[in-house]
Write a protein that binds this ligand. Structure first.
Ligand code: C2E
Ligand code: CA
Ligand code: CA
Ligand code: CA
Length: 277
């Protein structure tokens, strides 16, 4: 039956409550998912576009949910961030990443590993200590770890977030600005950030060979980034022609399905032994 009351909230409340309960139960499950080994890490190689040597691997999370099936990060991370349960997850990803770096070193495979940080992570005061302790525990040089953050990470509490970035940078970690060009990037503050890398968002890269607009935007980002002495990384390279255009524009580092789709993190060492240098 339908009710045409004057109060819309009365009519829609049950629906909202159901939705909220669903979100709440998903987040309650997320907190157990690590222990239940439902969270899986994938990794995508990042290559030199000039000689196709592997320079780094970016760690990407997935959730094999027992009832909902395979969930991509976009299906649960924004909610986890909103509900304040993301930091334990980040800490877990960081440990796996540093462990992998130790394994790579044992095999004399030289490459960096990149971990995505959520905006909320920069407001956690333990983050810097955790990273420092992990690097000590596994005896991994800080320069092999890359931490990626989005421009939005600085919006809520810019001073606190910036302080965290400076502390991370002082450890010798490399910092990358992710999804560059999609947020509220102010070019003025870009030079104030202790970052070394800028990642051109895949939405500009996918059709670079066919879109004059995306080509112009990417070209501008590359020029600015190079002027400020940042490394430029293009993500979402799917076509040979895109690689050629990027090289012509002066971008020599990238990742994308053209080279490799993300694959299970556990198989990265053997993959490197076979394909890496
Ligand atoms: P991102 O950091 O921008 O990661 C790149 C995304 O583009 C990944 O999606 C990757 O699989 C996809 N990609 C890479 N190359 C190509 C390509 O050539 N074609 C296409 N179509 N896609 C490509 P994914 O794995 O679904 O991750 C989505 C986002 O979730 C990531 O975007 C990142 O912001 C976030 N994320 C993933 N793992 C983590 C994590 O452990 N922690 C946090 N805080 N965020 C994460
Ligand atoms: Ca990223
Ligand atoms: Ca990105
Ligand atoms: Ca993205």
């Amino acid at each position: 039956h339908r009710q045409f009351g004057h109060s819309h909230s009365l009519v829609y409340q049950p629906e909202l409550t159901q939705y909220d309960q669903d979100k709440l139960s998903l987040m309650a499950e997320l907190q157990q998912a690590i222990d239940a080994q439902q969270l899986k890490l994938h990794i995508q190689p990042q290559l030199s576009l000039t000689d196709h040597k592997v320079l780094a691997g970016e760690v990407l999370i997935r959730w094999h949910h027992p009832r909902r099936g395979l969930l991509g990060p976009d299906q649960f991370l924004p909610l986890a961030e909103q509900m304040g349960v993301i930091y334990p997850l980040t800490r877990w990803v960081l440990e796996r990443a540093v462990q992998l770096l130790a394994q790579l070193q044992q095999q004399q495979l030289h490459c960096q590993i990149a971990v995505n940080l959520s905006s909320k992570d920069l407001l956690q005061d333990e983050l810097v200590d955790t990273v420092e302790l992990l690097l000590k525990k596994y005896q991994v040089p800080a320069s092999l770890l890359i931490l990626e953050l989005k421009e939005s990470a600085l919006v809520a509490e810019p001073e606190l977030a910036l302080r965290t970035l400076h502390h991370l940078s002082q450890l010798g970690i490399e910092l990358a600005l992710d999804d560059f060009g999609t947020g509220f990037s102010s070019l003025a503050y870009l030079r104030e950030l202790p970052i070394q890398q800028v990642k051109v968002d895949c939405s500009f890269v996918f059709d670079l060979h066919r879109s004059d607009t995306h080509s112009a935007i990417t070209g501008a980002i590359i020029d600015i980034a190079k002027n400020l002495q940042f490394t430029v990384v293009a993500e979402g390279i799917e076509q040979q022609e895109v690689e050629q255009k990027l090289l012509a524009m002066g971008c020599s580092r990238g990742q994308g399905y053209l080279y490799a789709k993300p694959f299970a993190l556990d198989t990265f060492v053997p993959w490197m032994q076979q394909w890496g240098y």
